[in-house]
Design a protein around this ligand. Structure first.
Ligand SMILES: Cc1cc2nc3c(=O)[nH]c(=O)nc-3n(C[C@H](O)[C@H](O)[C@H](O)COP(=O)(O)O)c2cc1C
Length: 195
């Protein structure tokens, strides 16, 4: 294990904390702004900022819970399943819907590069939350493809990627989730032989 500078602590120790382990308090406006500022530091070709973070908190949580329950029923779940899905909307102190704005006709930046920028923004957002002492987890599932939910979260041209559940971790995790050794992803490239 390399000795890492303290400035890398948050990056090297971040792990996801699921909604059932999140309790009040959620992040303040100022803390959410820091998370968004961190997201905006992610690499972003041509600075298209192809994402928005839509905050679901306070009374809005009830609205999302209703949408989740309706989607559960539409997907054939019974009353218990609908209640469980509604609780997923109500439990986290703050939920942040992540919406992508991919310009498919951009002359310079292809869609996959814009999606990469969205992913970088999510990672930075979650790492900032962790650095501030909050727990969070990015979640999606079949709900993102429910027409009523997608319409409720997306303006024309936007795609609902999922939701970041945010709050105070109810308990200390046993440890960060296990990850591969760096050597699994760091490989030397060798140029092809030229005849
Ligand atoms: C766009 C996106 C959607 C995801 N959706 C889900 C999901 O629906 N359910 C889930 O368990 N994990 C989902 N994940 C993965 C978790 O957020 C998390 O990264 C994973 O459980 C690994 O945990 P770790 O972050 O502690 O390493 C998603 C991740 C991304 C980037």
């Amino acid at each position: 294990m390399n000795t890492a500078p303290a400035s890398l602590d948050a990056l090297l120790t971040r792990y996801s904390v699921g909604p059932k382990h999140l309790v009040e308090p959620g992040p303040s406006d100022a803390q959410l702004a820091l998370m968004a500022e961190a997201a905006l530091r992610a690499p972003d070709h041509a600075e298209l900022v192809p994402y928005r973070f839509k905050l679901v908190r306070g009374a809005a949580k009830q609205g999302m819970a209703g949408l989740f329950a309706d989607a559960a029923r539409a997907a054939g779940k019974g009353g218990e399943g609908a209640t469980l899905d509604a609780e997923r909307a109500l439990k986290p102190p703050v939920t942040v819907a992540v919406v992508a704005r991919i310009d498919l006709g951009h002359p310079l930046v292809p869609a996959h590069e814009q999606w990469a920028a969205v992913g970088g923004a999510i990672a930075n957002f979650l790492t900032a939350a962790h650095a501030l002492g909050f727990g969070g987890k990015m979640l999606s599932g079949a709900k993102v493809r429910d027409a009523a939910i997608a319409a409720a979260f997306c303006a024309p041209g936007e795609t609902l990627l999922g939701w970041i559940a945010l709050g105070t971790p109810a308990r200390k995790a046993a440890g960060p989730s296990r990850k591969l050794d760096a050597s699994a992803v760091l490989v030397d490239w060798h140029p092809p032989c030229r005849e």
